[in-house]
Design a protein around this ligand. Sequence first.
Ligand code: ADP
Ligand code: MG
Length: 271
Amino acid sequence: MALIEADAATASETNSGIGISNVTVVYGGDGGVTALKNINLQVKEGEFVSLVGASGCGKSTLLKVVADLMPPTGGQVTVNGLAPSALRKAGRLGLVFQQANLMPWLNIRGNIGLLKSLVAGHGGTVSKTGASVDQLIDVVGLTGFGEKFPHQLSGGMQQRAALARALALDPAVLLMDEPFAALDEITRDRMAFELMRVWQQYRKTVLFVTHSLSEAVMLSDRVVLMSPRPGRIHRIFDIDLPRPRTPETRLTEGFSKLVLELNRELYEVMT
Ligand code: ADP
Ligand code: MG
């Protein structure tokens, strides 16, 4: 009996979260650019993992493969035991990019609910456990802005709406590619803490790309440092800083040590 239980536990552990095994991506066929070479990474369910590394080391490519926006040349990806394509068809992948890409003719409420209704319209199974659009408007701090149109909102508020739109699908994973890169420094900083608050609430599995090492350390359970040409995983840092993390966390020795160490390694892999 104990053995069966142990097996079940192992099976659920290997099936949940994101499983990336031996993923290789070559752009342009034979003799093309090897963007990723033999990437192996397991992201546990509910874990927050960031990808960092020099520009061109394959961060976006890896995210695209998990998001089913492109097939890997080799290797395999599973999300909660399923192929990314199955999750995309079911509307269970939450994507947030640098640009919010809101529909200008829809108000914020309409934008947040849009994907949900599109997925339902295509016969997808939108999870019933997802929060309502009105709840999500509150969760991301847009209370009172539901009737506004995108052009009436600041860049930071548009990204809040993009996050709410992704969460509306009750996604199995949240895949975020430099979501705050186009924001000013103060807004960006604020958004990182907002994201952390939302993550604490929903505990989604998150794969997050950033070029800010301090942002990565602040947000993550683990930070994956990638190296370029070809893109590989250089080293994985465990971020064992206690949660909840606050702006004061940055003043701790543990925080600065991790950022410093990441900085040093990043510099090493670039030279
Ligand atoms: P990052 O997000 O870390 O900056 P990318 O994943 O965008 O890196 O790119 C990894 C490598 O693949 C780079 O060398 C880039 O030039 C190349 N690359 C990315 N997209 C394409 C594409 N569509 N066609 C050809 N090469 C590409
Ligand atoms: Mg990129």
